[in-house]
Design a protein around this ligand. Structure first.
Ligand code: BQF
Length: 303
């Protein structure tokens, strides 16, 4: 079994990004700028935003952390988004999810200008990804592709089973794995909570991507010998022996599954770190206007 070391990969990629930022700044461009908006003070969300801000510092990005009260109205949040959409000093921004229940997430995501939507959650970016057009790919699926790519894991012609169909992981991941690309070109099966006899599918899988959010759900008896296993789960469970008071558990029973598979990504230290790095890559793309021209209006006089 070979460990897919998310920590090592993330470090490598951050160095690459930092190099590029240096070159950009030397050539007279402004420092890439990411803004993260957190509504409320959920502990896990706060941790995620903090690690995103810290990662920005590591690669030489400018970052701004905007914390809004939990009881902010939907209109107030929309106004904040409008400000960020129109602020030329902001390359990309994220609204940390989940949002409080009184705010309609769909409405919020629709309000984000697609060219600044570095999380890739706006329907425009989801549609672009679906149609294989340039655009922001959401961070977790993008990070998993990067893992497969950097470990030279063959995907062409393989059978990939994705467990979970969420908008941010399972659904995009399944589409990306079947694309005519590298990585990609898999035969993909999407399994979810209503799948009967899940093992029937996972036992046929060359690549399993577990993204359902149930600790230690995928056990060794469900995995074919030599399979590649990507663990996307991150459930917090109490652990008094830890300084933080909790530990993270993946969707995979690592102890037993690792003995049977060819490659496995651990939790912690796997996909999560790649997620954060993908956000940095998307922000760099935003700063370079890789997918969208900043001014899309036409000056008729120039036609
Ligand atoms: C690790 C996230 C669910 C809902 C909203 C490193 C992260 C996590 C784990 C991280 C996640 C999960 C993030 C590890 C960002 C990934 O070492 O295992 C990093 O920061 N993540 C998020 O912003 O919102 C979420 C999961």
């Amino acid at each position: 079994m070979q460990l897919i070391d998310g920590k090592k990969l993330a470090q490598e990629i951050k160095i690459e990004i930092a190099d590029e930022v240096k070159k950009m700044v030397m050539s007279g461009k402004r420092t890439p700028h990411l803004v993260a908006v957190l509504v409320g003070d959920d502990g896990a969300s706060r941790t995620y935003v903090n690690s995103k801000v810290k990662s920005c510092e590591e690669v030489g990005f400018k970052s701004t952390f905007i914390r809004l009260e939990r009881d902010i109205t939907e209109n107030e949040l929309l106004a904040q988004i409008n400000t960020l959409n129109n602020d030329d000093a902001v390359d990309g921004f994220i609204i940390q999810l989940p949002l409080p229940k009184h705010i309609d997430e769909e409405k919020i995501l629709l309000a984000i200008a697609p060219e600044k939507d570095v999380d890739g959650f706006h329907p425009t970016n989801v549609g672009r990804m679906t149609l294989n057009l340039p655009g922001y790919i959401s961070a977790t699926p993008k990070g998993i592709l990067e893992m497969l790519n950097r470990y030279n894991i063959e995907t062409e012609g393989k059978h990939c089973v994705v467990i979970g169909r969420s908008n941010i992981v399972g659904l995009p991941m399944s589409l990306l794995m079947q694309r005519r690309s590298k990585p990609g070109n898999c035969t993909v099966t999407i399994c979810h909570s209503k799948t009967n006899d899940l093992s029937k599918y996972t036992l046929q899988a060359d690549i399993i991507i577990a993204a359902l959010g149930k600790p230690k759900f995928l056990t060794a008896d469900m995995v074919k010998k030599g399979a590649v296993v990507i663990d996307v789960g991150i459930t917090r469970v109490d652990d008094p022996s830890k300084k933080s008071g909790f530990k993270l558990l993946g969707d995979v029973d690592f102890e037993h599954v690792s003995k049977k598979c060819s490659y496995i990504s651990p939790v912690p230290g796997g996909v999560g770190l790649m997620t954060v790095v993908s956000l940095l890559q998307n922000t760099l793309s935003a700063a370079k206007e890789e997918f969208y021209a900043k001014s899309m209006s036409f000056d008729v006089d120039n036609l």
